[in-house]
Design a protein around this ligand. Sequence first.
Ligand code: ATP
Length: 354
Amino acid sequence: MTTVTLIPGDGIGPEVSGATRQVVDALDAGIEWEVHDAGILAIEDHGEPLPAHVLESIRTNRVALKGPVTTPVGTGFRSINVALRQELDLYASIRPCKLFPGVPSRFEEIDIVVVRENTEDLYEGIEFEHDSKEAEKLRGYLKYMRNYPLAADTGISLKPISVTATKAIVEFAFQYAKRNRRRKVTLGHKANIMKFSDGLWLRTAETVEDDYRDVGFEAMQIDEMAMWLVWHPQDLDVVVLPNLYGDIISDLCAGLIGGLGVAPGMNLGREYAVFEPTHGSAPDIAGKGLANPIAMILSAGLMLRHLGRPAEADRLEKAVGKVLADGKLRPADLRPSGDPATTTQVAEAICTAL
Ligand code: ATP
């Protein structure tokens, strides 16, 4: 038996987590769950959104499956997802975007893996409000140091990019490509504009590339990448991006494969791994039985692969593929021609197809 920490989450979280648990249990893959709440539900019971025992559970089990968790406003927490990434050093976010036959999409044969740096860039939250004393000081310092003429009402967000974090994520992308027999790694950047952040990202990646000559490599400006992704998305394979571009491009790629309801994800570090769907808690459809559980079910498939259960992961993905290709049962977000299938109906159909 392998114990996995399960955080069902809130909003549609409990519905999609329940469905996922049903499918994984039906696989008989030797997984047992240690269930913990985070976010609003944890505040109700434990007075804080990310209690120490939740982190302890993940540190002990090393693997967690997580539903979407809304960050409660006014708790001093920027985001539970960001806190988890920082506490567990989950430096790589991976979003495999594969289009299953039968899913309505404008595109065909999409199979792109987005690898996103998860720890720095504009997400580090180093910000100065336009009317703060600190911003005024910083503007003064920049004027004195480099004669940068910032207007007196300018707010400032910093974009730190380090050699160390760049090396780690680019190496990760190459190793992922090798392990999964992918064709090439494409690195997105805007080095011509941001020479000391994106420029450093690009130059560092080029030094890493030398060690992986058996995997193809290309660097592409992020705006050009956006164009290719909607023009010839089949030309892209593994894409590696700094944090903010990664956030945007992974949602774009989710759009290529049928939307958030079918887009799985994982956050990996050197020691721990957290598997979770790309989507958030979708409060607009919570509790209505309308949520598509497939993104979270596919995330559990990625988890099974990570845990060394490739046969079970294959069975899960094939069963999802069967249900989607069959097209008789479609959840609301996949634009069914008849009545939408409920979360439970989708889970049951997948269990039957296993
Ligand atoms: P966050 O800021 O946490 O990402 P959000 O509300 O901006 O949250 P999501 O919750 O990811 O974004 O979802 C945006 C919309 O997409 C939802 O309001 C919902 O209509 C739809 N959606 C997201 N996930 C699903 C799902 N699993 N099944 C069906 N529809 C979904």
